[in-house]
Every structure is written in C-alpha cells, then in structure tokens.
Design a binder for this molecule. Sequence first.
Ligand SMILES: *Cc1c(COP(=O)(O)O)cnc(C)c1O
Length: 240
Amino acid sequence: MTEARRHSVAASLQAVRARIDAACEASGRDRADVRLVAVSKFHDAAAVRAAYDAGQRAFGENYVQELCAKSAALADCSGIEWHVIGHLQRNKARDVVARAAMVHTVDSARLASALDRQCAEQGRALPVLVQVNVAGESQKSGCAPHELSAVLDACAGLANVRVRGLMTVPPERDEAAESLRYFEMLASLRDAHGGPSALPELSMGMTHDLEYAVRAGATLLRVGTAIFGARSPHSPASPR
Ligand SMILES: *Cc1c(COP(=O)(O)O)cnc(C)c1O
C-alpha cells in the first residue's frame, strides 16, 4: 500500500467522522451514542491497517473467509473489533465465535443456537443483533418483522448469545431520504419489543444514507465506500 493510499484512507475516515458529527448535531443526538463500523469487505488488510492507524477500531466483514484472513493479518492490532455483517451460515459459527466482537446478522433461532453452542465450547459470551428484513424484500436476509418475537424469545433462552439490538439493510434506492422510513420501521420494532433498555443498539445506515440513520436513532453505522473507496466491480458488492 502506498503512502498516498494510506493518507487517502485516513482523510476519508476523517470526512466520515465529520459527517457523523454534523448528523448528531442536526438531530440532537449525543455523539458518544453513535459508533462507526468501517466496512472493509473486498479491501485488503493494509487498507484496514491504515484505518486502524487513523484511530478506527471497529471493522465490518461480510464473508467469514475474509474475516479469518484479515483478523490473522492484523492480530497485532490491539483493541481491534470485528463485526460480522453478512449473511451467516451455521457451519461457519466456529470461525465466527473465535473472532467476532459482535454478529449483526442473526436472523433465525437455529443460527442463534449454533452460535450459542460454539460460545459454550469456546467459553465466551457473544453480543448479537437480530437482522430484520423490514421491507419484506424476497432476496434479502433477515427475519420478517412478524418473526422477530420468536427469534428474540429463542435467544432469551440461550446462555451465551446476548441480543443487544436490531439491524437492517433497507432497499437500494437512488434517494437516500427513502431509507428513512425503513430506519424508522426498525426503530418502531425496537420500541415494540422492549425499547432501548432491552435493545440498545440499532445497526443501520451506510455510505449514502448515514445521516438519515442517525436521525432515526442508529447507534452503529456500517460505512464502507466512503472510507475505503469503491469495491471491485467483479465482486458481489451489494449487501444482502
Ligand atoms: C457492504 C455493506 C455495507 C457498507 O456499504 P457502503 O455503501 O459501502 O457504505 C454496510 N452494510 C452491509 C450489510 C454491507 O454488506
């Protein structure tokens, strides 16, 4: 990685932080309640390290293979946190539990129990979020809003998996403002299931719509492109 590329990651990160500051200011949110998860999928370990050196600690990965490779390459980075933000298969639970600080994409009782069993074997607790497909898109991961109660109930019976909140990926739209209603739907679902004391985290908002997410109450923003630049056009870059 060139020095210029390292500088560009640091500068982009700074610009994203400024956007978050401004969004918090505009919506009267406490800046300390909003954390940035830098989404590093398809970007190499050197790019992650550049962001780490610029003070970023939480990184989001969609694919377990990339998570394993980058967490190994960056094992010397103390305090680094890996967030799993992609659709997860149960047979990957072992690798995830060994590495992740948080899993944002629990969408079934079966996945939650697979993670819980691995936690028991590895002797740790795992904070998770339940992913909700608020718009009911057929291609998208996440439980349906009407399934949320059942997933939360199932998780409540697990010893090691701790549900900390909800996550969503809204439909792709040209207008960022169109994301707002989906973010508000997630916030309403949270209110219908115990409110902020039961589910303190809302993971929502990406590069183009983070301001609307902050407005609707996001506590975890998942931002990739604005920090690391465009992903390879050959890669399946769209979140599901
Ligand atoms: C890739 C991805 C992001 C980041 O999207 P950007 O538009 O690059 O900021 C956020 N969330 C999920 C689930 C993703 O897959």
